[in-house]
Write a protein that binds this ligand. Structure first.
Ligand code: PEP
Ligand code: MG
Length: 589
């Protein structure tokens, strides 16, 4: 780091998905899906190849032992037990013998033979429906990747083990990776894969960690220990930034801080537009700990509790009591304000390790995701519903169903809710009998039948992250089509308007909990359409509340009427930007 300024600056461009500026050392997480190369070994080189394998096993054993020692020192013996299982897998006699037998039989390199045997064991384990075996699959994958890295001479990932805060660089940083890292040690995230609405981006925003995704070839271009500057506003990553770049960014950071102070000043004021119309600004959370102290004093509730994140961190489905405690903690944190708990939205890019092994889907976003998974797994669904209902005693809890496609699915889900209520009644457990049930509108078939679906629910919340991907047929996590993911597309604007007006005609409240709720450019348009609940990461609340308080309903409706007639995304975004600029200009730098 000392000689950072003598090195040449290298600029990389990606997509800024979580605002903020980070500078610090890079920690490069190598891709876990390494493939073993395959090539022939001459007879004369065979003894050498066997030695290479023995060395790799010893190196991996030392590595696991030192990780174990670090973890024992940090958190104690019991948590470090995972490494004992890894050592057993590493030295498994059957795997060793089969690898050597294959090596004797074929004349291929040792890493190829080892991985072929490992893959054979994994496929055999996958056929066995036993949670213990499923865990061994994870161990085997982890350990074999370490051995392979060692054979290929690639440094191993020690995620979560380092002591200084760093900028994580990865080809694909997944939502479950957050559970492996001490979040206070992450200054920023740079990744090759991903898009604005992938769950890594969403989590980064809610944690206030600057994040740039879609940076091509990032893992090859950055080495661990290099100094980086990450600009989450504009999607830029500077490797070894020059003094000049650093000073430009210092300036920029202080302007952002000044503006943030101006926005923050609005927080204690009532949620009313300049002409006195009520609105609600709410937060999206994944855990009670996302409700930072004081947050509930200035926001109007929790508009989305993504419950699946709790499941991502566990090796098996958490039981009712564990879920109840998690939900209750969030309800208590809501401090009497409304909290919308969304039922499991597993699938898509939110895959349990456990689930990946149970279901291999070619097209997971279109597959057995969210409500579909719950309706197909009655015990999982009922357990969660009972836990939510039990937590409803502690505050103003509502249930929300994700990825609904038709009223039929809402009706089926409601049958489960009634069944969960009956089960609790039989057990004599208290719950709110009149709990409200809402539906996420995030699939076109639901968007165009809101008038029908409204007959079976109490409120709707628009999930634009998915709605945009399903409307435009653009995978929300695929960086190759990220440029086609256009929330400003006329089809999106028209669909939003249809959804909001259908719900209003039925007299049910409409919220938005997708990422556009936090996009200040969109705020006046959504208000003009009739959206009343804006739910977003806590870090965006101040700015959006500041804007909403300065708007009048009249000007918002006029803007909506103008934009709804526009035919191109470019015209729409330009008009929304100029409106935003004009309305903010008198107040900020
Ligand atoms: C959405 O799709 O907009 C949404 C809020 O749900 P998620 O991002 O969790 O899919
Ligand atoms: Mg969604």
């Amino acid at each position: 780091m000392d000689d950072q300024n003598t090195k040449t600056e290298n600029n990389l461009q990606g997509l800024g998905v979580a605002k903020g500026i980070a500078h610090g050392e890079a920690f490069v997480m190598l891709n876990r899906e390494l493939k073993a190369p395959v090539y022939e070994i001459r007879t004369a080189d065979r003894p050498n190849e066997i030695r290479r394998f023995q060395d790799a096993i010893i190196k991996t054993k030392n590595e696991i032992n030192s990780l174990k020692a670090e973890l024992v020192a940090a958190i104690g013996e019991s948590e470090a037990a995972i490494f004992d299982a890894h050592l057993m897998v590493l030295e498994d006699v059957a795997i060793m013998q089969e690898t050597m037998a294959l090596f004797e039989k074929e004349s291929f390199n040792i890493e190829y033979c080892y991985m072929a045997v490992v893959d054979k064991f994994i496929s055999a384990f996958e056929k066995i429906d036993d949670p213990f075996i499923k865990e061994r699959i994870g161990d085997l994958k982890d350990v074999s990747t370490r051995v392979l890295r060692s054979l290929l001479g690639i440094e191993s990932v020690k995620i979560g083990q380092y002591s200084d805060a760093m900028i994580l660089v990865s080809s694909d940083f997944t939502p479950s990776d957050f559970s492996l890292v001490d979040k206070s040690k992450i200054l920023g995230i740079v990744s090759e894969k991903g898009s604005a609405t992938c769950h890594t981006a969403i989590l980064s925003r809610s944690l206030g960690i600057p994040c740039v995704v879609g940076v091509a070839g990032v893992v090859e271009q950055i080495s661990s220990g290099e100094f980086l500057l990450v600009d989450g506003y504009n999607g830029k990553v500077y490797v070894n930034p020059s003094d000049e770049t650093l000073s430009v960014y210092n300036e920029l950071e202080s302007v952002h801080k000044e503006n943030q102070k101006i926005f923050d000043a609005s927080l204690p004021s009532p949620s009313k537009t300049a002409d006195g119309c009520d609105f609600n600004v709410e937060i999206n959370i994944s855990d009670a700990s996302d409700v930072v102290e004081g947050t509930m004093n200035y926001c109007d509730g929790i508009g989305l509790f993504r419950t699946e994140n709790f499941f991502l961190n566990t090796a098996s489905f958490p039981d009712e009591q564990a879920q109840f405690e998690t939900y209750k903690a969030a309800v208590v944190a809501a401090n009497g304000k409304p909290i919308i708990i969304r039922t499991l939205d597993l699938g898509g890019d939110k895959n349990l390790t456990l689930m990946k092994e149970l279901h291999k889907e070619e097209n997971p976003f279109m597959g057995c995701r969210a409500i579909r998974f719950c309706l197909d797994h009655p015990e999982v669904f009922l357990t969660q519903l009972r836990a939510i209902l039990r937590a409803s005693v502690y505050g103003d809890v509502k249930i929300m169903l994700p990825m609904i496609c038709s009223i039929r699915e809402v009706e089926r889900a409601r049958v489960f809710i009634e069944k969960a209520k009956e089960q609790l009644t039989e057990r004599g457990e208290p719950f709110n009998k009149d709990i409200k049930v809402g539906v996420m509108i995030e699939v076109p078939s639901a968007a165009f039948t809101v008038d029908i679906i409204a007959d079976s629910c109490d409120f709707i919340s628009i999930g634009t992250n998915d709605l945009v991907q399903y409307l435009l047929a653009v995978d929300r996590v695929n960086e190759m089509v990220a440029h086609l993911y256009e929330p400003y597309h006329p089809a999106v604007i028209r669909t939003l308007d249809t959804i909001v007006s259908s719900a209003r005609a039925k007299g049910i409240p409409v919220g938005i909990c997708g990422e556009i709720a936090a996009d200040p450019i969109f705020t006046p348009l959504l208000l003009g359409m009739g959206v009343t609940h804006f739910s977003m990461s806590a870090t965006s609340i101040a700015e959006i509340k500041f804007l909403l308080r300065r708007l009048t309903m009249k000007e918002a409706v006029e803007l909506k009427n103008e934009v709804i007639g526009m035919k191109r995304s470019r015209h729409i975004v330009n008009r929304l930007r100029s409106f935003h600029y004009e309305s903010l200009r008198p107040f900020v730098k």
